[in-house]
Every structure is written in C-alpha cells, then in structure tokens.
Design a protein around this ligand. Structure first.
Ligand SMILES: NC(=O)c1ccc[n+]([C@@H]2O[C@H](COP(=O)([O-])OP(=O)(O)OC[C@H]3O[C@@H](n4cnc5c(N)ncnc54)[C@H](OP(=O)(O)O)[C@@H]3O)[C@@H](O)[C@H]2O)c1
Length: 299
C-alpha cells in the first residue's frame, strides 16, 4: 500500500463509522467521506464531502488515496430514494470504482452482503450485483466482502428487531425459520482491515458470517431475553401478505418495512461455511447469544 489516506465511504454509517474508528485507532490515515459538512466522523479522520450520485465529488474524494473501502449504500431497510436504489447501489458504486481507478488507488474493498438471490434475484439484489459488476470492470484491484447481518453498537438490524419485540406481539415475516449467520461488526471490520494488505484476497468475493446459523425466531428470543422478556410472542405473517403490506407502505415517508428488506429476509442469509472467517482470517467471530448476554443489545 502507498502512503496516501484510506478513503472510507459511508463513514457516518454503522459499518463505515466503526471501521473508520478502528483504522484511526490503529494509526492509519483515514479520509472519511460524508454527505454533510457538519457530519461527525471518527476522531483523527480527515472529513471529505462526497455523494455517490455526484461523480466529480467522488473524483475529489479519491485524489491521492492508497485504498478505498466502500461502505456507502442505501440499505434495504431504507425506502428507495427518488432515482431508485440502483442510482446509488449500482451506478454510484461503479462511479466510485472508476474514480478510484483514475486516482491510481491500490485497491477497493467493497461491502456487499451475502447474496442469497440465486439465479432470480429480486430488484434490490440485482442492483447490488450490477454495482459489483461495474466495480470489477473499473480496473482497480478489488475485494468484495459479503457479510451476513451484523450486531454490535447501534446495529440497525438489532434496533429494528428490538422495536418489534417491545410490543405485546412481535410480527414476523414468514415462518421465522429463515437462518441468519449473525456476526459482530468489529469482526467484520477486523476482516476488512486485514484485506488492506497482501495480494491473496484481491479479485475475490469473501463471505463473512458467524459460527452459527440462527433462525429469526431464535434471534428474537435472544433479543427478548436481553430486554427482560423471557417469552417473545410472535405473529407469523405469510410472506405474500408481508410483501403486499411492504409495497403499500411505500407511500409513507419512513415505512417500517420495505419490499427490499422482505426480499433480503426471504431466503437464508448464511455463508457457505460456518468456519469461513476462521479459515480465511485466522480468528473465531464472537457468538451472538454470548455477546448479547454479556454486553446487552448496545442500542
Ligand atoms: N448492517 C448490516 O447488518 C449489513 C449486513 C450485510 C451487508 N451490509 C452492507 O454494508 C453496507 C453498509 O451498511 P451499514 O449498515 O453501515 O449502512 P448504514 O448504517 O445505513 O450506512 C450507510 C452509509 O451510506 C451513506 N450513503 C447513503 N447514500 C449515500 C450517497 N448517495 N452518497 C454517499 N453516501 C451515502 C450514508 O450516509 P448518510 O449518513 O448521509 O445517510 C451512511 O454513511 C451496505 O451496503 C449494506 O447493505 C450491512
């Protein structure tokens, strides 16, 4: 790696923010990209303004960087922006990789997710794949990280599930048997940091999952116990009804559920192996239930 700063996009977000703090604490030079001049980013990081919808801003953000870590995206939990998810998650990611290539960055490490879309991905996953294809075609050496759902301080998924568990009956999409390989955000950030050096992870997709594949029902029970609810009562709604509700709710400014979130939860969110992180990075990720029992939900 050259001496230039490491650009982290999405530095105001859950993963990007945590990663920026980790890298600055390790003494690495971090340039943190945000959309607002008054954004709070990791202490010690250089703030740069940038938006995935604005190519010129990406070119400025990439000037002189040694590497780019791409954490900015519109996640499936959020309502699609006016131009649709693809405007950011496909076109924006392609533009970022092209800017990184033009700036001579040594590599780009991009955050996708476990891709459970198979041969017929829904629109959200199809857009994410298009972004990844654009990124790979840009020319800069790449690694695509594919984490499962994460827990840890201020994890969006845990916040959303705790909101459901708080009520008298937790509504659950489908039968609740979808499996998720929960992984701590710090384990994900550790893996991302490891990808900054060496050539052996370039040109590869790398899945990041915890050591257990837990059913959504079980995850809600663990969250319930941490909230002092020994029994979480659940209402399982058939998927077609959930999909219809999600579609209708898109008229709301902040819908509680989106078609993209339903798409991501429809199939198991698990990696090919339960020991993939240990094999690839040489450490064992912390377990969800044990971590929540000792640290609480960290909302
Ligand atoms: N969290 C998980 O459990 C999880 C699991 C698997 C994969 N992932 C993937 O990992 C990535 C990061 O997730 P996250 O949980 O950190 O998401 P997040 O907390 O929602 O953060 C998203 C970041 O992207 C930024 N952003 C959104 N639109 C942008 C735009 N047009 N230009 C520049 N920046 C923009 C946001 O900035 P503002 O603050 O300005 O909105 C924010 O900093 C996503 O691709 C997500 O799908 C996450």
């Amino acid at each position: 790696m050259t001496d230039g700063p490491i650009l982290i996009t999405g530095a105001t977000g859950f993963i990007g923010g945590r990663l920026a703090r980790r890298l600055t604490s390790a003494g690495l030079p971090v340039r943190a990209m945000a959309r607002r001049a008054d954004a709070t980013v990791a202490p010690g990081a250089e703030l740069v303004m940038g938006d995935l919808s604005d190519r010129a801003s990406l070119e400025r953000a990439c000037e002189g960087v040694s590497a780019v870590i791409s954490c900015a995206a519109i996640t499936g939990e959020k309502k699609a922006p006016p131009g649709g998810y693809d405007f950011i998650n496909a076109d924006g990611i392609t533009a970022l990789a092209e800017a990184a290539t033009a700036a001579g960055a040594g590599r780009i490490i991009h955050f996708g997710g476990i891709d459970n879309g198979g041969s017929k991905p829904g629109p959200y996953l199809a857009g994410r794949r298009r972004g990844e294809e654009g990124l790979k075609a840009a020319g800069v050496p790449w690694t695509i990280l594919q984490p499962s759902v994460q827990f840890g301080p201020h994890a969006p998924f845990i916040k959303a599930m705790a909101g459901l568990v708080k009520g008298p009956i937790a509504p659950v999409a489908g039968n609740g048997r979808t499996k998720i390989q929960m992984i701590h955000v710090d384990d994900v950030c550790r893996a991302a940091q490891d990808c900054l050096t060496g050539d052996e992870r370039l040109g590869r997709y790398i899945e990041l999952g915890g050591t257990e594949a837990l059913e959504l029902n079980g995850i809600l029970d663990i969250i319930g116990r941490a909230m002092g609810k020994p029994k979480v009562r659940k209402l399982h709604a058939p998927m077609p009804i959930v999909k219809l509700q999600a579609k209708l709710m898109q008229v709301l400014p902040n819908p509680p559920v989106t078609p993209a979130a339903v798409e991501l939860l429809e199939h198991d969110n698990v990696a090919a192996s339960l020991t993939g992180v240990e094999q690839e990075f040489g450490f064992v990720p912390v377990g969800f239930a044990a971590h929540v029992a000792s640290h609480g939900l960290e909302l």
